[in-house]
Design a protein. Structure first.
Lengths: 503, 149, 112
C-alpha cells in the first residue's frame, strides 16, 4: 500500500462527515453526533501525525498523489511536503480539540447538526488548501472554507453577529475576486494551472510587468484573508461575534492557512521571492504588529482584545517570513504553530468564562480565580506564552524572529518587535487583573467551573504551550526545518514535484 | 405581481403553468443526461429542475409546492446526493486512484458512454436543484413569517 | 485588448458600487457585477482566432477550438458566486428584521 494514498483522506474524511451528519442528524441522539465528530477529527489528527513519519521514510522529500491517474500538468495533483505537514498537524490538532470543546459549548446554541456540518466543511476546505498542488483547486478550497466561515460567524443570529458576518462576507468576497483575477492573469500568461509547472514556465519565459502586478493583487487578496494591517477591519467584529469555539478556529488556523500559507506558497515557490516583495512583507508585518497592539490597549471586551492581538501576532509571523533568511523563516513558522496553540487556548478560555458567567466585558468580571481554577491556570499559561515569557513556547519563537532581524541588520524592526511584545504583556496583565484576580462579586457566587470536555481541551492546549519550546531540540527540529527548507528552496519545489511524479 | 403568496396568481397563469411545468422538468432532465455529449451538465440542468419547482410555487402558492417537496425531504435529498457524489469518487479507489473513471467507456457519442461522468452529473444536478429550491423555500417562509407578525 | 480593458472597467464599476453605496441591496448588486466581470474576463482569455465551440461532434472534422479549460473553471466560479449571493441576501433579510433599516450607515452597533 503506497503511503501517498493517505493524502486524499484529508479531504475525504471531513467532506463525508459533514454530509453524513447533515443527513442523519435528525434521526439519532445527541451523543452519537458528538462521538462521531470527535472520532472523525481524531482520525484526521492520527493521519496527519502519520504523514510526518511517511514523509521522513520516503526517498524524495515530496509525496505526490495524482487524482484520477492523470499526470500533471494535465490533472490535479496533491502534494505533501514539509510545509504541508506542518500546516496539517497545526490545523488538525486545533480542530480536534475545538471539536471536543464544542461538544459541551454548543449546549448554549440551537441546532448542533448544522453547526457540525459547517464546521466539517470549513475543515475540509482548510485541509484541501494545504495539500493541493494546483492553483485553481487552491482557490476553490479557499472559497469553501471562507463561505463556511461566513455562515459560522453568523451562527447565533443576534443583531451584532449578523452585522459582523455581513461585513466579513462582503470584504472576503471582494478579496477572493482579487485573487481570482490574479489567477486569471497567471493562467493567461503561463497556460497551465499546476503550481510546479507554473514555476517552471515563469522562470523560463521573460516577463516584465506581470509578476509584480499579480503579486500586488495577491498581497491585497491574501492580505485581507490573513488580516494584515490595511486590510484588518473585518477581524475584530467577526472574531468577537462568533461562538467561542469558532473564534478559536478562525483566529487560530483559518487566517493562517487561507492567508499566510497560500501567500507564502505562491510567493516563495512559484514566483521566487524578490527584494521588493520581502520589503513589502516586512513593512506590512511590522505595521500590523504595532498598530494592532496599540488599538488593543483600549479594549474592554475580552474577545475583541484577543482579536486585535491576533492581528498583531500575525504581523510577527509575516515579519519573520519576510526576512527570507533561514533563521527568520524558522522563527516565522514556529511562531505560526505557537500562535495557533495559544490563541486558540485564549479564545476557549473566553468561551468558558462566557459559558459560566454570561458576559464578555472585563469591567464586569472579577475574582474568577476562586471559582474556575482550571480556566484561570490555563489562561495564565497562555498569557505568558503570548507575551513571550520564558520558558513557554512564545518566548522561543519571538526570540528567533528578533535575532533574525538583528542578524540581517534591521535594528528598527527588531526594536518594533520588542516594543510590541512589551505592550502585549501590558494588555494581558490587564486581562489577568480584571478577570481573575481581585474579589469575587456577589452575583457570581454560584459560578461553577466549565464542563469536563471544555476543561480537557484547555488542559491539552496548555500542555502543548508548556512543552512547545522542546520543538527546538535536535530530535524534533526536523519537523520545523523541513518546512523552512521547502520555502528556502524556492523554485526548486517544481523540480521536486516533477521528480516525484516520474517515479 | 403576487398579492398573497399563499393563493398564487390568476387563472390564466395557473392554466399555462399546468402545461409548462412538466416540460421544463423534462428539459432539465434532458440537459443533465446529455451532459457528456452537449453543453450543460450537472449544474445547468440542476438549476432548470429547480426552476420548474419555483415556477410551481410562484403560480400556485406556497402550499402546493411544499406538498411536492417538503423542507425535510429537500434537506435529506441534498445530503444523500452529496454522499452519492463522494461514493462515485471513492469508487475510483478500486481502479487505482481517487476519482478514476472506472466504468466502461463505451462507444463515443452514445448516451451510455464516458464511464462515471453521467452518474456524477446526476448527483450534482440533484444537489444543485434541491439546494436552490431549499434556498428559495427558506426565503419565502421567512418572508411569510415576517408578514404574519 | 480593448475587450479586456472593458472587463476591468466593469470590475471597477462593481467595486464603486460596493464601496460607495449606502443601501445593503445595492452593495450586493455591486458584488454581483464584480463577479460577472471576473467570469467574463476569464472566459475571454480562452479565445483563439477562428476557433469554434469546444464540443466534439460525430462525423465532423474540427480544426480550431477555443480553450475549454477557462469555461470549466468559470462554471465553478459561477456556482461559488451563487452560494455567496444566497448567503449574503438571507443575511440582509435578517438584518432588516433586527435593525429595521437597509442603510449601512445606521447599522453600526459594533464599534472601537
Amino acid at each position: 500500500m503506497l503511503t501517498q494514498n493517505i493524502i486524499p483522506l484529508f479531504v475525504i474524511i471531513p467532506l463525508f462527515s459533514a454530509f453524513f451528519i447533515s443527513f442523519i442528524g435528525r434521526f439519532v441522539k445527541k451523543t452519537f453526533i458528538n462521538a462521531f465528530c470527535c472520532f472523525s477529527t481524531a482520525a484526521l489528527l492520527f493521519f496527519s501525525a502519520f504523514s510526518i513519519s511517511a514523509l521522513k521514510a520516503s526517498a524524495t522529500s515530496v509525496l505526490v498523489y495524482t487524482i484520477g491517474g492523470w499526470k500533471p500538468p494535465y490533472g490535479i495533483c496533491l502534494v505533501l511536503d514539509g510545509l504541508s505537514v506542518l500546516m496539517l498537524v497545526t490545523v488538525n490538532l486545533v480542530a480536534f480539540l475545538v471539536c471536543v470543546y464544542s461538544v459541551s459549548y454548543m449546549e448554549k446554541y440551537t441546532d448542533r447538526t448544522k453547526f457540525f456540518t459547517l464546521f466539517f466543511l470549513m475543515l475540509c476546505g482548510m485541509n484541501g488548501l494545504v495539500v493541493t498542488g494546483d492553483l485553481f483547486n487552491l482557490f476553490v478550497f479557499l472559497e469553501i472554507a471562507s463561505i463556511s466561515s461566513y455562515a459560522l460567524v453568523a451562527f447565533g443570529t443576534e443583531a451584532e453577529e449578523l452585522e459582523a458576518s455581513f461585513k466579513y462576507a462582503i470584504m472576503g468576497s471582494v478579496a477572493s475576486s482579487f485573487i481570482f483575477i490574479g489567477i486569471a492573469f497567471l493562467y493567461g500568461f503561463t497556460s497551465t494551472l499546476n503550481m510546479a509547472d507554473m514555476a517552471r514556465v515563469i522562470s523560463e519565459k521573460p516577463q516584465m510587468w506581470l509578476v509584480p502586478f499579480v503579486s500586488v493583487l495577491f498581497l491585497m487578496g491574501f492580505g485581507l484573508k490573513a488580516a494584515l494591517v490595511p486590510f484588518h477591519a473585518w477581524l475584530p467584529d467577526a472574531h468577537s461575534s462568533a461562538p467561542a469555539s469558532i473564534s478559536a478556529m478562525l483566529s487560530g488556523v483559518l487566517i493562517k492557512t487561507l492567508g499566510i500559507y497560500a501567500m507564502i506558497r505562491i510567493f516563495f515557490n512559484i514566483f521566487g521571492i524578490t527584494q521588493a516583495l520581502q520589503s513589502a512583507l516586512m513593512f506590512l508585518g511590522a505595521l500590523s504588529m504595532l498598530v494592532a497592539v496599540i488599538l488593543a490597549l483600549s479594549q474592554w471586551d475580552l474577545k475583541r482584545l484577543l482579536a486585535y492581538h491576533s492581528i498583531s501576532q500575525v504581523g510577527y509571523v509575516v515579519l519573520g517570513l519576510g526576512l527570507g533568511t533561514p533563521l527568520g523563516i524558522l522563527g516565522g513558522l514556529f511562531h505560526l504553530f505557537n500562535h495557533s496553540v495559544f490563541k486558540s487556548l485564549l479564545f476557549l478560555n473566553s468561551g468558558a468564562i462566557d459559558y459560566a458567567v454570561g458576559t464578555r466585558d472585563l469591567k464586569e468580571m472579577s475574582g474568577l480565580r476562586k471559582k474556575m481554577p482550571v480556566t484561570a491556570a490555563t489562561n495564565f499559561i497562555a498569557s505568558m506564552s503570548i507575551a513571550g515569557i520564558p520558558p513557554f513556547n512564545g518566548f522561543f519563537s519571538k526570540l528567533l524572529i528578533i535575532f533574525a532581524c538583528i542578524e540581517k541588520g534591521y535594528i528598527g524592526y527588531a526594536l518594533a518587535a520588542v516594543a510590541a511584545s512589551i505592550l502585549t504583556l501590558a494588555s494581558f496583565m490587564k486581562v489577568q487583573k480584571f478577570a481573575f484576580l481581585g474579589e469575587l462579586k456577589e452575583k457570581y457566587a454560584e459560578v461553577k467551573e466549565a464542563p469536563l470536555a471544555m476543561q480537557f481541551s484547555m488542559v491539552c492546549l496548555a500542555l502543548v504551550c508548556i512543552f512547545g519550546g522542546l520543538l527546538l531540540l535536535p530530535i524534533f527540529k526536523p519537523f520545523l526545518t523541513s518546512a523552512a527548507d521547502v520555502l528556502l528552496a524556492g523554485r526548486g519545489y517544481a523540480g521536486g514535484v516533477f521528480k516525484a511524479v516520474l517515479r | 405581481m403576487i398579492d398573497s403568496p399563499d393563493k398564487g396568481m390568476s387563472l390564466i397563469v395557473k392554466t399555462v403553468t399546468r402545461l409548462t411545468v412538466g416540460l421544463i422538468l423534462l428539459f432539465g432532465i434532458y440537459i443533465v443526461l446529455h451532459g457528456h455529449l452537449s453543453p450543460g451538465g450537472g449544474f445547468a440542468g440542476g438549476v432548470i429542475i429547480a426552476l420548474s419547482f419555483v415556477h410551481l410555487m410562484l403560480a400556485f402558492g406556497k402550499d402546493v409546492a411544499v406538498s411536492k417537496i417538503s423542507k425535510n425531504f429537500a434537506s435529506n435529498l441534498e445530503s444523500l446526493s452529496a454522499l452519492m457524489f463522494l461514493a462515485i469518487a471513492l469508487l475510483g479507489f478500486f481502479g487505482g486512484s481517487f476519482f478514476l473513471n472506472i466504468l466502461g467507456k463505451g462507444v463515443p457519442f452514445k448516451l451510455f458512454s464516458a464511464g462515471t461522468i453521467p452518474l456524477s452529473n446526476v448527483a450534482i444536478s440533484l444537489k444543485v436543484g434541491v439546494g436552490l429550491f431549499a434556498i428559495f423555500l427558506a426565503l419565502v417562509v421567512l418572508e411569510g413569517a415576517e408578514k404574519e407578525k | 485588448m480593448t475587450l479586456y480593458l472593458l472587463c476591468l472597467i466593469l470590475f471597477c464599476i462593481g467595486l464603486y458600487g460596493v464601496l460607495r453605496k449606502r443601501n445593503i441591496v445595492k452593495i450586493i448588486i455591486g458584488l454581483g457585477i464584480i463577479e460577472y466581470a471576473m467570469n467574463l474576463f476569464f472566459v475571454l482569455l480562452g479565445y483563439r482566432y477562428h476557433g469554434r465551440a469546444p464540443i466534439y461532434a460525430q462525423n465532423q472534422q474540427i480544426l480550431d477550438m477555443v480553450d475549454p479549460l477557462p469555461q470549466a473553471l468559470v462554471l465553478t466560479s459561477i456556482v461559488i458566486g451563487l452560494g455567496v449571493t444566497a448567503l449574503v441576501i438571507s443575511m440582509a433579510i435578517r438584518i432588516y428584521e433586527k435593525y429595521g433599516t437597509f442603510d449601512i450607515t445606521k447599522i453600526k452597533r459594533l464599534k472601537g
